[in-house]
Design a protein around this ligand. Sequence first.
Ligand SMILES: N[C@@H](CCC(=O)N[C@@H](CS)C(=O)NCC(=O)O)C(=O)O
Length: 179
Amino acid sequence: MADVKLLGTWPSPFSYRVILALKLKGIDYEYIEQDLSNKSPLLLQSNPVHKKIPVSNPVHKKIPVLIHGGKPISESMIILQYLDESWPETYPLLPADPHERALARFWIKFAEEKLVPAFMIFRTSGEEQEKAVKEALEVMEILEEHAFGSLKEKEFFGGDKVNMVDLTYGLMGLRIVPD
Ligand SMILES: N[C@@H](CCC(=O)N[C@@H](CS)C(=O)NCC(=O)O)C(=O)O
C-alpha cells in the first residue's frame, strides 16, 4: 500500500496543485477521488475542519488532503510546503536563494488573498458582481504586469524552473475554462 495518499476531486485546481507537486518531486502516491456531495468517512475524519466556511473566505475546505504515513495534512499550499520539507532531496518547489524565496512566498500569499476571492465574479450577481468584477480586473492587471512582465527575464513566473508560484497560479485557469 502506498505510504502517500491524496484525497482530491476533478477538476479542483487545489487538488491539481498537489498532484503536479507530487509528480515534479517524483513521489509515488495513491490518488483517491472524492465525491464532495457525499463525503467519505476517510475524508471527514482526515480533515479537522468539517464546517463549511463561506466561499468569500475559502480557507479550510475538505479537499485536497494528503495522508502521509497515516497522518493527514490539509490546505494545498501547506501540503506543498510539507512535501518540500519532507522530500528535500527531490525537485525543489521553492528557490534556494532567500530573497527569491521571499518573493515566491509573497506571490503565493497574493494568490491566496486576492486571486482566489476574485472568482466571486462567478458566484455573485447585480451590484455585488459589479464590485467583484472591478476588483478581479485590478488583480488581473497586477498579475499581467508582474507575472507576464517577469517572463522577459525568466522562463516562468516563479523563476527559470516551474516552482510553487507556478503551481499556485497555473491551475486557476481551469476555473475560467468553460465546461
Ligand atoms: N484553500 C483550500 C481550498 C480547497 C477547496 O476550496 N476545496 C473545495 C473543492 S475545489 C472543497 O473541498 N469543497 C468542499 C465543500 O465546500 O464542502 C486549499 O487550498 O486547499
